[in-house]
Each structure stands twice: as C-alpha cells, then as structure tokens.
Design a protein around this ligand. Structure first.
Ligand SMILES: Nc1ncnc2c1ncn2[C@@H]1O[C@H](COP(=O)(O)OP(=O)(O)OP(=O)(O)O)[C@@H](O)[C@H]1O
Length: 248
C-alpha cells in the first residue's frame, strides 16, 4: 500500500482556540475516507490544512513522503491536491463552461487564462467533463440558474479537468436534498475509483459516510475519536461521538 498522506502530530491553534490537537494518521493511495464528528470538531480545519490553505501551528504533513509546506509550485500542487466545497467556489454569473475551465488555470499562463474569459480555451476538456457528470447540455447556461445538485456536478467537472491525485471535499452535499446528495456522492466516489484518486470528504451524515466510504475518521474536540473501517463502526461508536456533554 502506497502512503500518500501522513499527518505527524498536527496541532492547529486559532488565537486561543485549539482546533486540532496532536493529530496523527496516514492515508493510502486510493482510500475513500469520510471525516465525521460534531460541529466544531475540526473537520474543515483539517481539510484546509491538507489543502495547504492554512499552515499547521505544530507538526508536519507529508504528501508522498515530502513536506506539504515545500509543495509551493501552484501547478504541481493543483495536480496533487484539489478541494471541493458546497457550491462556494463557483461564480454564479458566469456560464458553466468558464467555471469548469477554472480547473485548467494552473496549467495555463496568464495570457491564456485571460483570453479564456472571452473565448473559452480547451473547450473539449470542459465538454468531456460535463458529459461525464451528466451535464453535457448545460455548457453555456448561467451557473446560478442550475439547481444545487447540478452546481455541485459542475464543481465535480471542474475537478475532473484539474485531475488531482488527492480530492478533498468539505461538506460536499450539505445543502442538497437526500436524493441529490446521494446522487452527487455516488458520482464523486465513482470518479475517484475510475481516476484512482484518494478521496477525503467531511460529512454530517453518518449514514452516507458508512454507505459510500471505506474508512471513517471521527474527530471530537480537535482529537481523533476513532479511525475505523466503515464496516466496523457500530451505533454505539456513533452515539458516543455525537453525545452532548452532560451539564453537571
Ligand atoms: N478562523 C477561525 N478563527 C477562530 N476559531 C476558528 C476559526 N475557524 C474555526 N475555528 C474554531 O475551530 C474549531 C473547529 O472548527 P472547524 O470549522 O474546523 O470545525 P468543523 O468540524 O468543520 O465544524 P462544522 O461541522 O460545524 O463545519 C471550532 O471551535 C471553531 O469555532
């Protein structure tokens, strides 16, 4: 098994708040990992650290055995790690094709990137990606006119065009109704398997985490609460993870 991510005693402190405390685990290539845990457990913080959007306060993250902090070249980083959030990174006013082609920006120089705002470049990539997510006919539609589920598929198409080895997803289905949430998760996992990607997604739904992922990493108060194969997670584990502190 090839280890692609390794966290070594990671701590993240925001001003005085300890969001993550001495967290260590590793992830192998191709694993499908769900991050679960109550609100404020540190899931978003962890994903932002893995995406190098935030630096850790202490500890080290290794990607393929090399410190993430040294992966500075934007082009190389985009090929290694991609992140998807709830609709947030899409520009609603732009046609779908422009949003999908943002996935190519790290490949292009500044001139091609600017030109693409007027005349979409590498249209073939966008068309192919949109057809894989079932939106072949939406290429020129205004992104904000699409439903939440369709917009999340646009974000998946953008990731297909970027084609990173590691996909991080922060609450990718939080704003979707159950049928559309399952649809998007199904597609996200299918793409990860086809592209041999490593997928780490934070989820509020334990049911989806167990259904679609191989491994569940549970955080509570910034610490590792359990790290188990999805099939070994019991209702008791879940109950104690989400149990509120009793007021004495
Ligand atoms: N920028 C910030 N400044 C200060 N504290 C922060 C900041 N971002 C997060 N926190 C705090 O760090 C802790 C972890 O937050 P984080 O957003 O990572 O949790 P989460 O598990 O993703 O929560 P949720 O499920 O509600 O999204 C929380 O107590 C939160 O209030």
């Amino acid at each position: 098994m090839q280890e692609v991510i390794s966290l070594n005693q990671i701590t993240k402190i925001y001003e005085r708040k300890i969001a993550l405390s001495s967290l260590s685990f590793s992830v192998n290539k191709g694993e499908l990992v769900a991050l679960i845990g109550p609100s404020g457990a540190g899931k978003t913080t962890l994903l932002n650290l893995l995406a190098a959007l935030l630096p850790p306060s202490q500890g080290e993250i290794l990607i393929d055995g090399h410190p993430l902090s040294e992966l500075k070249d934007p082009k190389k980083r985009a090929k290694k790690i991609g992140i998807i959030r709830q609709q947030f990174d899409l520009v609603g006013e732009l046609p779908v094709i422009h949003n999908v082609l943002v996935g190519r920006l790290s490949e292009w120089g500044i001139f091609k990137s600017l030109l693409s705002m007027l005349i979409p470049q590498d249209k073939g990539y966008a068309a192919q990606a949109l057809s894989r997510v079932g939106l072949a006919d939406k290429l020129y539609e205004k992104t904000s006119s699409l439903s939440g589920g369709e917009q999340q598929r646009v974000a998946l198409a953008r990731l297909l065009v970027q084609s990173p080895e590691i996909v991080l997803a922060d609450e990718p289905v939080a704003s979707l109704d159950p049928a559309r949430a399952e649809d998007v998760l199904d597609l996200m996992v299918k793409i990860a398997l086809e592209e041999k990607q490593t997928l780490i997604a934070s989820l509020h739904s334990v049911e989806y985490a167990r259904k679609y992922f191989d491994r569940l990493i549970a955080l509570k108060d910034g610490e590792l609460f359990f790290d188990l194969p999805a099939s070994s997670v019991t209702d008791d584990h879940i109950q104690s993870l989400y149990k509120l502190k009793e007021i004495s």
